[in-house]
Design a protein around this ligand. Structure first.
Ligand SMILES: [Zn+2]
Length: 289
């Protein structure tokens, strides 16, 4: 498992879940001859994805933050096959142990949003109908605007919010709903964007001179760097494009390190702009920071 010191924090990249999603859905209106040059599709038109989570140990406060929790283990065999869901290097619990921590040392779970590939790993089946949270003592962080969307979803987004994922979060005594951007520590805070879904929060870490941004579904893979190359899953495409245009411009001018959640090949990338569009300028592994 790769780790790195970044400012007052030690970072660990947890790469438990690997899965596949329909390439057409991942690239929206972009024609396949264009996107398949960047990421090849299998015979079922699926592309390889991962859920790369970030575990952050603060040396200032001794808090242990986990960003997102992946797909988890609650999928039945049929869905696991459709998504080709595998955990070759272990479940989330095993990944946290490999990083050298126990589950109950996690003090805070920050959900970028609650689509199933981001929050499924936070709970496991207790019996056929009930799921239990894996972090009973931790604070769970979600934006209020996203929470309201998740519990009363629109018709299109409904399939992304699974009851077995949301119920144990709703019952949790330490669910904390934030109103917009939240400061966890003076060099660790969130930004909120609303194009992929209402109230998606993107954690940002600073080390004095650099910014590392957990890009979540604002930039799921390196191939999604051109502003119009948005996922078919984005709820509000025009907002998404406006946010990507604005934030990617900052990513270039401020040399942001963009931590990619869904790209199985590229962990952290930097962007450039060639006058027409954005693209990947550099790719780093966490231990190269
Ligand atoms: Zn996602």
């Amino acid at each position: 498992m790769l780790s790195a010191r970044f400012g007052e924090y030690t970072l660990y990249a947890l790469e438990g879940d690997q899965f596949m999603l329909d390439g057409g859905a991942m690239f929206g209106v972009v024609p396949k001859p264009l996107w398949s040059r960047k990421i090849p599709a299998d015979e079922q038109n699926r592309i390889a994805m991962c859920a790369r989570l970030l575990l952050i140990h603060s040396h200032k406060t001794d808090r242990l933050y986990l960003i997102d929790t992946g797909m988890g283990t609650k999928f039945n065999a049929k869905l696991a096959e459709i998504y080709n869901l595998r955990q070759p290097s272990g479940t989330l619990q095993e990944q946290i142990l490999k990083a050298g921590f126990s589950m109950n040392q996690v003090t805070d779970v920050i959900f970028t949003h609650l689509h199933f590939d981001h929050c499924g790993g936070a709970s496991v089946w207790k019996d056929e109908k009930t799921s239990d949270i894996l972090f009973p003592e931790a604070n769970l962080w979600v934006t209020r605007s996203h929470w309201n969307t998740a519990i009363q979803p629109n018709m299109r987004e409904k399939a992304s919010f699974l009851r077995e994922n949301l119920d144990p979060i709703a019952r949790h005594p330490r669910l904390i709903l934030t109103d917009g951007a939240h400061v966890f520590e003076d060099d660790f805070y969130t930004m909120v964007v609303n194009g992929h879904t209402t109230g998606m929060q993107l954690p940002v870490l600073e080390d004095g001179s650099r910014k590392l941004v957990y890009a979540a579904d604002l930039l799921p893979t390196h191939a999604h760097a051109p502003v119009p190359w948005i996922m078919g899953y984005d709820m509000f495409p025009l907002i998404s494009m406006e946010e990507r245009n604005r934030l990617f411009a900052r990513a270039v001018s401020e040399s942001w390190l963009l931590f990619l959640e869904h790209d199985p090949t590229h962990q952290i990338i930097q962007l450039e702009h060639d006058g027409k569009n954005f693209s990947m300028a550099a790719s780093l592994k966490l231990d190269e920071l």
